[in-house]
Design a protein around this ligand. Structure first.
Ligand SMILES: [Zn+2]
Length: 140
């Protein structure tokens, strides 16, 4: 999938194949259960969604964002994008957190600049994915 070089909001669906203890920069070290995760963020700067998504998918990089630490072990299964100047990441994080079986994976993960409980949600139920997409549609 090719993301446009436009600003927007994105969600990464991540799969961690086995449990991992991961040091997440200054946030601390946490035990991540194996499973599916949704990470939401926005790319409103130069290069937009294309640059940000490409960076997330690149293996070699300086570890900067919290999700960079998780991405050393997890694989990206899906990338959802929504071009637009609106900063929707917090709305998406709230919507994802409210889904059945969803839990905040690590408090404050990816949420250094906002008041959210976290921008990384651990989800287990398969049905969650259709539901999440409806939530994102509704948040526009
Ligand atoms: Zn937030």
């Amino acid at each position: 999938m090719q993301a446009p070089a436009a600003p927007g909001t994105y969600a990464l669906v991540l799969i961690l194949d086995r449990p991992r203890r991961i040091a997440v920069g200054h946030l601390g070290t946490f035990d991540f259960p194996a499973g599916r995760y949704v990470y939401v963020g926005s790319a409103l700067g130069p290069g937009g969604l294309a640059a940000r998504v490409a960076r997330h998918l690149r293996r070699e990089k300086r570890l900067y964002w919290h999700v960079d630490y998780l991405l050393r072990y997890a694989r990206v299964a899906e990338v959802w994008i929504r071009p637009g100047l609106g900063r929707r990441e917090c709305a998406w994080a709230h919507a994802t957190t409210a889904l059945p079986d969803a839990t905040i994976a690590v408090p404050r993960f990816g949420a250094s600049d906002c008041r959210c409980a976290g921008h990384l949600v651990c989800c287990t139920a398969k049905a969650v994915w259709q539901e999440a997409e409806r939530c994102f549609e509704a948040s526009v």
